[in-house]
Unconditional design. Structure first.
Length: 95
């Protein structure tokens, strides 16, 4: 049986480690309640502001790593959006 959970939390703008800490707790709670597919908040890593290009690049890589680790640890499926940089499409990060 597949049980879905939608995670909603206050995102700390531009603080990847704090957002991961908060979401780890929510993910653990959802898994304890039997969730097997979890949907993370949009732009869960950083919120919607980027002070610089380096943060956007780090946010994408660290977000993928965070999701992979949590999914593997809890044997779940995680769905979330991350910032991307593609200078051919946009001068700004997009999700």
């Amino acid at each position: 049986m597949t049980n879905f959970a939608l995670i909603q939390s206050n995102i700390v703008e531009n603080d990847i480690s704090q957002n991961h800490k908060i979401l780890t707790q929510h993910i653990c709670e959802a898994c304890q309640l039997g969730a097997t597919v979890l949907l993370l908040p949009e732009m869960f890593n950083t919120g919607f502001t980027f002070p610089n290009e380096e943060l956007a690049q780090n946010a994408h890589a660290s977000g993928l790593e965070f999701m992979a680790h949590q999914a593997q640890q809890h044997r779940i499926t995680l769905i979330g959006s991350l910032p991307n940089l593609d200078r051919d499409k946009s001068p700004r990060p997009f999700n």
